[in-house]
Design a protein around this ligand. Structure first.
Ligand SMILES: [Fe+2]
Length: 312
């Protein structure tokens, strides 16, 4: 859907900086979630932020990223000096796995996000962090989404695991649609979603993988791959607990987003990750996600309703 957000001279000079982009504010005011990427609005400072982020990550990716990610960065031909055009990224990605980055104006409700993965679409933030905030940003930006997530989407096994996760979200909708009592429906939906969000966090966002040859670990999670400090910390620091992924632990483990993760889980391969998504769905069907331990992440009403109101 093309946006009808108007552009004026203020917008063209303000750029597409996180939390202060008039183009995004206008799109949201019009209720437009899917937007175009108005490439001409990126300011010199925006491109410079991308250049700085990319330059300092390159060496760390070589040392700490899993090989499929490095191949993905090459495949996408990302420009180290300029914010990428999503249509260029898609030209290189779609022939590999069918995945496409789709620009959005902001937060995508949980079910819609997972269902996009099923359709091989990746809702993608188009704003970029301010150059004086290179180290940490609580919300996603285009560096996190394109340089952290999308290189993995060029790998067929990883892409299939994401699609499988989207299918598991459909299964969740079928299950919760069958619950008659409204209060129980909300309770179980919240629990299943919490389990799914935790699984997603500890794999797609912060996952580690056994390094080739079994020697140590490499990162494949986008939150690690887009963080200069945490990428090295996640692989090298003795303060991080690293354990083989274990479903009963992952779904019951709360997490906090605003500091380096103290606990990370290791998969053996993307085929292993794919298989684990299948286990998650089997547990869901068996009712084993119906009463997971409380705590983070907290879920908004919008997220919970996005599952309950989706038609199976
Ligand atoms: Fe992410």
């Amino acid at each position: 859907m093309a946006t009808t957000a108007t552009r004026d001279t203020t917008e063209s000079t303000a750029g597409l900086t996180t939390a202060r982009a008039p183009f995004i504010e206008a799109a949201r005011a019009h209720g437009e979630l899917y937007v175009e990427q108005p490439y001409e609005l990126y300011s010199v400072e925006n491109h410079d932020a991308w250049r700085q982020l990319f330059a300092r990550m390159s060496d760390r990716w070589q040392r700490y990223a899993n090989p499929r990610f490095l191949e993905g960065v090459d495949t996408l031909c990302l420009d180290p000096n300029a914010v990428p055009r999503l249509e260029d990224v898609n030209k290189f990605m779609a022939p590999r796995t069918g995945f496409k980055a789709k620009p959005v104006s902001g937060y995508v409700p949980a079910f819609l996000f997972f269902d996009s993965l099923r359709k091989r679409e990746f809702p993608t933030t188009i704003t970029i962090r301010d150059a004086d905030q290179l180290d940490y940003l609580p919300e996603p930006d285009i560096f996190h989404d394109i340089a952290g997530h999308v290189p993995m989407h060029t790998d067929p096994a990883f892409a299939d695991a994401l699609v499988r996760f989207g299918e598991a979200a459909q299964t969740a909708v079928e299950i919760v649609n069958g619950i008659k009592d409204p209060a129980e429906q909300v309770r179980r939906t919240t629990s299943i979603m919490k389990a799914m969000a935790r699984f997603f966090w500890f794999t797609v966002e912060f996952g580690l993988m056994r390094a080739p040859g079994g020697d140590g670990v490499k990162a494949y999670g986008s939150g690690l791959l887009s963080s200069f400090g945490e990428l090295q910390h996640s692989v090298e620091s003795p303060l991080v607990q690293r354990y083989p992924i274990q479903m009963e632990w992952v779904i019951n483990q709360y997490f906090e987003i605003d500091h380096y993760q103290p606990l990370l889980f290791i998969v053996e391969s993307f085929e292993h990750l794919f298989e684990q998504v299948g286990v998650l769905e089997e547990w869901m069907k068996a009712g084993r996600l119906d009463n997971v331990s409380p705590g983070e992440p907290s879920l908004s009403d919008v997220d919970v309703r996005s599952f309950i109101d989706a038609s199976a």
